[in-house]
Design a protein around this ligand. Structure first.
Ligand code: TNX
Length: 529
C-alpha cells in the first residue's frame, strides 16, 4: 500500500493518471450504468438545491476516498464514510491511501473557502460519473454532506454490469445548508435510565438525519443519573430509583465522556441538564440538606411533577450547585449548560427568581451559557442565556423582550412523548395527540409570534415516564424525529407533507437495516404492507 500525502495538487495528478490508465475500461462502465435521477432519490432532510444530470457514479471495489488532511476533522469524516459504506455494501474503501493499481471513482472530501458556503454546516456535493466532490468549510459541513451521500447509495448493488457488484449513485449537484443553527433531540434518562449503548444507537439515527445536538435530562424526582465525585450519594442513593420501581442506573464520568466523544464523532454536541430548583427529589433524598419543601423525604417512583424544590435561601445549596456544574462542565465541551427550571410549583415565585439568577452566575463562572425551560424568562436573566419554549408563549415573549434566543420545543407540536393517537402503545397526551403529519405540518420559525431572529433552533424532547427500553424509545421517536429533522434543516418553502410522506416511506429500508423500531403510522405509504 502506498501512502500518499494528498494535496489538491497531487489529487489532480492522481485523477489524470486514472483517466489515462483506465480510460477504456471506465468508458464502458459509464455507458452501461443505468440512468438514475438524483431528483427522485428520497433524501431527508430535503436539500436546498438539487440538480440532476442523469448518469451514474459507480461505487465499487475500485472506489477510494481522499480528504483534505491539513484541516481538522476531514480525514475522520472520510473514515466515517468508509465505515458506513462498508456497513451498507460490504465494500472496503481505503481513505487517503492508494490500495489498488486500477484505482478509480474517487470521493474527495475537500475543505473549501468558497463564499457560497455560508455556514460551517453548508456543503456542496458534486457527483460526476468519474468522481464525487464534497466541499465545505468545516468538517461539520463535510459530515452533513456525507449523510446525504449515504442516502444516495442504493440498497442493492447492480450485479449485471460487471463481474463484481456496483452501486450506481445518481449524478448531479446538491447545494445545501441548514435553515436552523440548532437541531436537537432530548432524552429523559431520569424517569427511566437508558444505557450508553442505547444513547449511541439513538445518536446514530439522529446524525443520519443531520441533527447536531442531543440534550440529556440527567436528573429528576425519580433519579439522578450522572456521577458527581464531590457528592457521591447522588448516585449511591439517588440513582437507584426509576419510574415503576425498576432498577435505575447512572453514567460514570467516564461513561459520559464516552457519550460526548461518540456524539463528537457524529458532529453532535451533548447538552447536559440538571433540573432545578424543582424536579429535585432524588437529589434531596441523597442529601436532605438541599430540600426546601419542608416535607419528609422518600424516594419517588411515580409520575407526578411539581412537588419538590431545593431550599433557595441556603448557601450549601449554591455550593452544591457550583460543584455539580463545575464537574459536569469539565467533561462537557458543549458551550451550554441546561438548568431545567420548569414546573417549580412549590418554590415561591420570588425564591424561584432569586434562584435562577444565582444559578445563572454559577453557570457563567464555569464558562457556559445557561439554557432553561421557558419559566426562566420570568427572572432577570442575561440576554446570552437561552429559553427553551415548551409551554408558555407568555414566558417565551418575556425572553424575547430580554433579547434572549429561543429553542423551540412546543409540547403540542414537538414532544416525542405525546401519543400518536388514542391507540398508541406508549406516551402521554396531556398536551395533544401528535400524529406523524401534525408533527411535520408547522413551522418552528413562525410559531405563536416568536420573532424569527430570536430562534436558535428546534428540539424534540422525549420524556420517558412511559418507556423503558430502546425499542419503546424508538417507537415514540420514529418516524416523528425524522420529520423534525426536516423542519430544522429544510426551508419552509420546500416542505410539503405529500411529497415528504413518500420520502419518509423510503426510510424503512434504513430503519430496518439498522434494527430501529418505528411506529407504522397509516398516514405514511410504507412499501411493505
Ligand atoms: C412536562 S416539559 C415536563 C416533564 C414531563 C413532561 C411529560 C417540561 C419542561 N416538564 O417533567 O416529563 O411534561 O410530557
Amino acid at each position: 500500500m502506498i501512502k500518499l500525502p494528498i494535496t489538491r495538487f497531487l489529487l489532480f495528478f492522481v485523477a489524470i493518471g486514472i483517466l489515462v490508465s483506465c480510460g477504456e475500461e471506465k468508458k464502458k462502465r459509464q455507458l452501461s450504468l443505468p440512468k438514475t435521477d438524483l431528483k427522485t432519490v428520497s433524501i431527508i432532510p430535503l436539500p436546498q438545491k438539487v440538480i440532476a444530470t442523469e448518469t451514474g457514479f459507480a461505487l465499487d471495489k475500485f472506489s477510494a476516498i481522499f480528504t483534505t488532511e491539513t484541516a481538522n476533522g476531514f480525514a475522520e469524516v472520510g473514515a466515517f464514510l468508509s465505515e458506513k459504506i462498508q456497513g451498507k455494501t460490504n465494500l472496503d474503501i481505503a481513505v487517503n491511501s492508494v490500495q489498488n493499481d486500477s484505482l478509480e471513482g474517487i470521493i474527495y472530501i475537500n475543505r473549501s473557502d468558497s463564499l457560497e458556503l455560508e455556514t460551517p454546516e453548508s456543503y456542496q456535493l458534486y457527483i460526476r460519473s468519474d468522481s464525487i466532490i464534497i466541499n465545505s468549510n468545516s468538517a461539520a459541513g463535510a459530515f452533513r454532506a456525507v449523510q446525504t451521500l449515504r442516502q444516495l447509495i442504493p440498497e442493492t448493488a447492480n450485479d449485471t454490469l460487471a463481474d463484481y457488484p456496483i452501486w450506481a449513485i445518481p449524478t448531479g449537484k446538491i447545494v445545501d445548508a441548514p435553515s436552523l443553527a440548532y437541531r436537537g433531540a432530548m432524552l429523559d434518562v431520569a424517569r427511566h435510565f437508558f444505557s450508553v449503548a442505547d444513547v449511541k444507537k439513538f445518536i446514530d439515527v439522529l446524525a443520519y438525519y443531520k441533527y447536531n445536538g442531543l440534550h440529556l435530562h440527567l436528573s429528576d424526582d425519580q433519579g439522578w443519573r450522572i456521577e458527581i465525585k464531590s457528592w457521591p450519594k447522588l448516585t449511591e442513593i439517588g440513582a437507584s430509583t426509576e419510574v415503576g420501581g425498576e432498577s435505575g442506573g447512572f453514567y460514570t464520568q467516564e461513561d459520559f465522556k464516552e457519550i460526548v466523544a461518540y456524539a463528537k464523532k457524529h458532529h453532535m454536541m451533548i447538552i447536559p441538564e440538571i433540573d432545578m430548583p424543582g424536579h429535585t427529589n432524588a437529589a434531596s433524598v441523597s442529601y436532605p440538606i438541599l430540600n426546601g419543601n419542608g416535607k419528609t423525604l422518600k424516594p419517588y417512583e411515580g409520575t407526578r411533577v411539581g412537588f419538590s424544590t431545593f431550599d433557595t435561601r441556603k448557601d450549601t445549596v449554591y455550593a452544591f450547585i457550583d460543584d455539580v456544574v463545575r464537574e459536569i462542565a469539565e467533561i462537557s465541551p458543549s458551550p451550554y449548560f441546561h438548568i431545567g427550571g420548569d414546573e417549580s410549583h412549590v418554590t415561591k415565585k420570588k425564591d424561584y427568581i432569586h434562584f435562577v439568577e444565582k444559578v445563572e452566575k454559577i453557570v457563567q463562572k464555569h464558562e457556559k451559557r445557561m439554557i432553561g425551560w421557558d419559566e426562566i424568562g420570568t427572572a432577570d436573566v442575561d440576554s446570552s442565556s437561552i429559553s427553551q419554549f415548551w409551554s408558555s408563549t407568555e414566558n417565551a415573549k418575556l425572553a424575547v423582550a430580554k433579547g434572549m434566543q429561543i429553542i423551540m420545543s412546543p409540547a403540542k407540536k414537538a414532544y416525542l412523548d405525546m401519543q400518536y393517537d388514542s391507540l398508541s402503545k406508549h406516551g402521554l397526551h396531556w398536551a395533544a395527540f401528535i400524529p406523524v403529519d401534525t408533527a411535520y405540518n408547522w413551522s418552528p420559525k413562525a410559531y405563536e409570534g416568536i420573532p424569527e431572529k430570536n430562534i436558535l433552533g428546534l428540539e424534540a424532547p422525549l420524556w420517558s415516564e412511559t418507556i423503558s427500553t430502546i425499542s419503546e424509545l424508538e417507537y415514540l421517536a420514529f418516524p416523528r424525529a425524522i420529520g423534525y429533522a426536516e423542519l430544522g434543516w429544510t426551508p419552509k418553502e420546500l416542505r410539503n407533507w405529500d411529497t415528504y410522506k413518500k420520502r419518509l416511506a423510503d426510510q424503512e429500508y434504513y430503519l430496518k437495516r439498522m434494527n430501529v423500531n418505528y411506529y407504522e403510522s397509516a398516514l405514511v405509504p410504507w412499501k411493505d404492507e
